[in-house]
Write a protein that binds this ligand. Sequence first.
Ligand SMILES: Nc1ncnc2c1ncn2[C@@H]1O[C@H](COP(=O)(O)OP(=O)(O)O)[C@@H](O)[C@H]1O
Ligand SMILES: [Mg+2]
Length: 251
Amino acid sequence: MLEIKNLHVRIEEDGTEIIRGLNLSVKAGEVAAIMGPNGSGKSTLSYVLSGKEDYEITEGSITYNGQDLLDMDVSERAAAGVFLAFQYPVEIPGVPTMTFLKEAMNAQRKQRGEDELTTPDFIKKVRAAAADLKIDFNMLKRPVNVGFSGGEKKRAEILQMSLLQPQLCVLDETDSGLDIDALKVVSDGVNLLRSPDRAVIVITHYQRLLEHIVPDTVHVLSKGQIIKSGDKSLALELEEKGYAELIDAAA
Ligand SMILES: Nc1ncnc2c1ncn2[C@@H]1O[C@H](COP(=O)(O)OP(=O)(O)O)[C@@H](O)[C@H]1O
Ligand SMILES: [Mg+2]
């Protein structure tokens, strides 16, 4: 589903190379974890997948379902089923979460050439998804992320993910601040979405989240490269030995 080959990325502003020859392949049905120390380029990779500006791809390719992902703009990526959850969710004062969700769904439908959802249909879908994820419907009347607790932000994000029914989900998880409650929200949401035709990339610094979302593959990122890949036991090994040993061994 996703094929990244020899990717090199630098910060447009100052030319610093962050991703340095990254290779990664994720198949449909797979849950892949990307782990790595702070500053290894995890968030940069998620930004590049999302199509955020400020980055320059100097070499390599990203293919998504046979298409050149780097050739698609942000809305084309969303319409093609790419969903990204960022480490730092944005607040949108004045825009109720419900309105935001409806806009997001309709933008995706429009790009796909489908009719807009009617309000009753939309409400029905949100109610069902919120119930599945045990989300209080009242929270959705508040402006997007404004004054939300860490757990509420995660709830809103996972709800958005489940409504958009993406094919490729990329979740860049905060290294800290995810309490056990938020951890459950994220893992339940991802586990509900697991399916043979969907792929999930979970980016995380710690192994803790992977106790709840058991990955099929684990990839270790260091200095902009995947230095080791394995199955879920690699995450346990990392937790035990730390990153330093592995990074030294790869050097
Ligand atoms: N916009 C930016 N300008 C300058 N340096 C950046 C920028 N974004 C990221 N970096 C640097 O790139 C490296 C990788 O960052 P990041 O992708 O956020 O790592 P991670 O998510 O693995 O902690 C870090 O050294 C960081 O300081
Ligand atoms: Mg990060």
